[in-house]
Structures are given as C-alpha cells and as structure tokens.
Ligand binder design. Structure first.
Ligand SMILES: Cc1cc2nc3c(=O)[nH]c(=O)nc-3n(C[C@H](O)[C@H](O)[C@H](O)COP(=O)(O)OP(=O)(O)OC[C@H]3O[C@@H](n4cnc5c(N)ncnc54)[C@H](O)[C@@H]3O)c2cc1C
Length: 433
C-alpha cells in the first residue's frame, strides 16, 4: 500500500455497495478521502427559466449525502462535504493532503463530462491523475457486443443482441473498513437555504415518501422483492397511477446512485432462483435496460439530445401561442383532466408515473405543439428522479426526434384516460380536494 492517498470523488454514485471506486481506493491506498461537492451550477436558474434542481430533488440529494456520510463513518471513515466548483475544490484538497490520485465514475451528459474535463485539467497541473471508472449501468460498455458508435438506434435491435451476447458483471463488495487521514477536517452539509432552494412541501397523496439515501433505497428493494412479492406481478401493474406499489419506485434512488442497477439485477436473479421467475421478474430487468440504452445513446449522440431537432434533425411544428399553452400545461390548467391531474401530481410531489409522463409529454408536443425541450427542462426542475439521459432521451423519443422507430407516434389522451383511469379515480384524487 506504500502510504498512498486516493481521493474518491462522489457524484451520482451515493452508495457504498457495488461501488468500484470506493472498493479499489481502499485496496490500493493506505488512506482515502471521500469527497462530495455541492456544485453551485446545479442550483441556479436555467436558460429555460426553470430551476436546474427543484426542491424535491435537492432535498433528496441532501438526504442521500447525509446517509452516505453516516455509512462511511460506520466504516471508520468520513465524507468531506464542500460547496463550490470541483475543479477548484479537489485540487485544493489534493494539495492539502498530498493526494496521489483521484477516482471518479464517468458521466455521459455534456455538463457533467465538461466538469470532469475541467477537474482533469486542474489535476494535471499538479501531476495528479483523474482515473475514470464505469459504474452507472447494468452493462459495462466493454461487455456490449458492439462499440458505442455502432449501437443500433432502435431499442429492440439493441436489446436482442445485448440479451444474447452481453454479460452483466458481479456487484463489487462493500469495503469492510475505511482509513482516512488522521487530521481530516470535519465538514457539515449545507441546508436547502444555503443552496438557495425553498423547502419542499410534501402532499399527503404522494405515492411514496422518497427519502434519499442508500439505506432507504435498499429497504425499498427488499420491500418490493422479498417482503411483498410485488415483483411477481410487476408487468401487470406497472401502468398503474395510484399508490406506492404499482411499480418499483426505484428511480430516484437509482438516479442519485443510492441503488446500483447491477445490485437490483442480481437481487432479481436471486429472487428468481428462490421464489419465482416469470414475465414480471424479467420485465423489471427489461426496463433497466431502457435506462442503460438511453445512457449509451447519450454517449453515442452527445449534445444533439438537448437540441430541438434531436439527433434525427427533425423540425417540430410549434404553435404561435406556444408560451401561453406551455404555462397552462405547467400549471395543470389545460382543461384536459387526465393531463392536469398528472401535472398536479408532478408539481406537488416531484413524481409522476411512466404512463403519466408519456401522456403529458405527448400532449405537450403533439396536441399543443409546444417546443419539447421546454417540457424536458420543466421535468428537469421538478422530477425527484431526474437524470439527463433518461429524461432528455425519453422526451426526444416522444417528440419523434430521438430513438422511436415509429414515425409520428401519437397518444389519444381520451382513450388513454379511459384505458388507464376508467373510473376517473386518479383524476378525482388530484383534481378534487
Ligand atoms: C417524458 C419522460 C421523462 C422521463 N424522465 C425520467 C427521468 O428523468 N429519470 C428517470 O429515472 N426516468 C425517467 N423516465 C422513465 C420512467 O418514467 C421512470 O423511470 C419511471 O416512471 C420511474 O418509476 P419506477 O421506478 O416505479 O419505474 P419502474 O416501472 O419500476 O421501472 C424500474 C426502473 O427502470 C428504469 N426505467 C423504467 N422505464 C424507463 C424508461 N422509459 N427510460 C429509462 N429508464 C426507465 C428506471 O430506472 C426505473 O426505476 C421518463 C419517462 C418519460 C416518458
């Protein structure tokens, strides 16, 4: 081990289970310095006049960081929490504690990768290496049957080949002990006020109390699989709208990295061996594959995912009064109950079902003819489970400028409401007080 010190830079990987950077650092260095930076760039207004991180997600991240700090302390370590730009903070810590190397997990979206590049440049000036790891997906990119640039733009083609030829690696073990430098400074978490964010008000009708942190994420995994066997019926219930149990609700924990998709996969495999394997147990893995797919597509197509014309270069027709229409949509005032109920749920809780998301997105783009990127930016502000690839990838798909092979997919909202909310229970829940 030779007295080495490695800085472990946590970002959207707020966990100690299945975390390669943490495990490898503890194996290769005598002391490690786990660090999380609250980067002010994530707590500002966007070009779309939305918040980059709204209150539900900001609170969730604070809770997740707090939980990680506790877990690291239990292992004998700590988490250094800082507020500021990582490209300034990390070199300072490196100088102060004579760090030999910095580890982090690679991101795919442009803002995140630009920050990594700035950190890399700043560390390079100190002759310190930033080592990149891959740790956000079910499949490691090197275990895919094609290089990223050749990944098919049609999901089904990708899925079939990956399911046949891809490999999912085992999860990494949790370190049993962590050594930090003797005089590691103490640090406190900021408050929401420090971040310039208002406190969220939780509506009692929220599907789940999404409390951030690996502890809660792993509890939800246990609940959904082992405690309730809900996994066995997932395929039948997943298009539901009301309550905590129609779908897994793993997304917020996965997006912050509190739950590793690979850990979920192996837990499902264990469940299939010990209890039952059916089309529902398969289907949850199928959905996780969608998540992987959008991440790989981001890597392949880069910033074009954030452009109005997408990577397909399709020009969307927009209405002359799209500003007014957009305001109505955001404020749950379109007059279409099914849309308004979903938008109200989003605004009051930070969550919306997958069925709801597809409908409100399609309605905004195809019926109201509003620029789809405005909707995506609004989701970025509000969603507790927001992550760039899943959000912008799905929006581009619905808008017809991304991966959907069907030209002009259209959701008939009236029919959707009739099929998925036949008795109007969901609409009543959100629109009647
Ligand atoms: C317009 C739009 C925007 C979206 N934005 C996001 C987002 O920012 N963050 C996000 O995590 N999901 C996003 N989704 C995907 C999906 O709606 C949510 O992942 C899902 O509703 C979360 O609930 P759950 O965890 O109970 O999902 P489950 O149905 O239980 O699925 C299990 C997991 O699979 C993954 N998953 C499921 N469906 C998708 C999908 N279509 N794309 C990518 N991953 C998927 C999620 O990680 C999810 O937690 C979006 C979908 C649409 C149509």
């Amino acid at each position: 081990m030779s007295g080495r010190t490695i800085l472990v830079w946590f970002r959207n990987d707020l966990r100690i289970h299945d975390n390669e950077i943490l495990l490898e650092a503890t194996e290769k260095a005598e002391t490690i310095i786990p660090v999380f930076c609250f980067d002010p760039r994530y707590y500002t207004e966007t070009a779309y006049h939305t918040q980059k991180t709204g209150s539900f997600r900001a609170q969730f991240i604070l809770e997740s960081v707090a939980d990680l700090k506790i877990s690291l302390k239990k292992l004998g370590g700590d988490l250094l929490v800082k507020f500021g730009h990582p490209e300034e903070i990390l070199p300072e810590i490196c100088k102060k504690y004579q760090v030999d190397e910095v580890y982090h997990h690679r991101e795919v979206a442009s803002e995140e990768t630009e920050i990594s590049s700035m950190v890399e440049d700043a560390l390079w000036k100190l002759q310190i290496n930033l080592k990149h790891f891959i740790g956000h997906t079910l499949y490691h990119k090197e275990d895919l049957p094609f290089p990223i640039k050749d990944i098919p733009d049609v999901f089904t083609t990708f899925r079939k080949k990956v399911e046949r030829e891809g490999i999912i690696r085992s999860s990494f073990a949790t370190p049993s002990k962590i050594e930090v430098p003797d005089h590691l400074e103490s640090s406190e978490l900021p408050t929401l006020t420090d971040l310039g964010i208002e406190s969220p008000i939780y509506d009692k009708k929220s599907v789940v109390k999404f409390k951030g942190g690996e502890t809660q994420g792993l509890q939800r995994l246990k609940y959904y699989l082992w405690d309730t066997d809900l996994l066995q019926t997932y395929k039948k219930t997943r298009n539901g709208l009301i309550g905590s149990d129609y779908s897994s609700k793993f997304s917020a924990w996965i997006s912050a990295g509190c739950l590793s998709p690979r850990e979920i996969y192996w837990e499902i495999k264990k469940y299939e061996k010990e209890r039952v394997a059916n089309d529902s147990t398969y289907w949850l893995i199928f959905e996780l594959l969608w998540r992987d797919y959008f991440r790989f597509m981001f890597k392949k197509h880069g910033t074009s995912y954030f452009m109005e014309e997408g990577f397909k270069g399709v020009k969307q027709d927009v209405a002359i009064n799209q500003e007014v229409l957009f305001e109505n949509w955001k404020n749950a005032e379109t007059g279409i109950s099914f849309i308004d109920a979903n938008m109200k749920e989003l605004n009051l809780t930070g969550f919306m079902s997958n069925r709801g998301r597809q409908n409100v997105a399609s309605y905004l783009v195809k019926d109201l003819k509003v620029n789809w990127t405005w909707g995506a930016a609004y989701f970025e502000d509000k969603l507790i489970d927001y992550n760039p690839a899943s959000n912008w990838g799905n929006w581009a798909y619905v808008a017809g400028v991304g991966n959907d092979p069907r030209e002009n997919r259209y959701f008939n909202i009236e029919k959707q409401a009739h099929d998925y909310d036949p008795k109007g229970e969901y609409v009543n829940l959100w629109l009647k007080d």
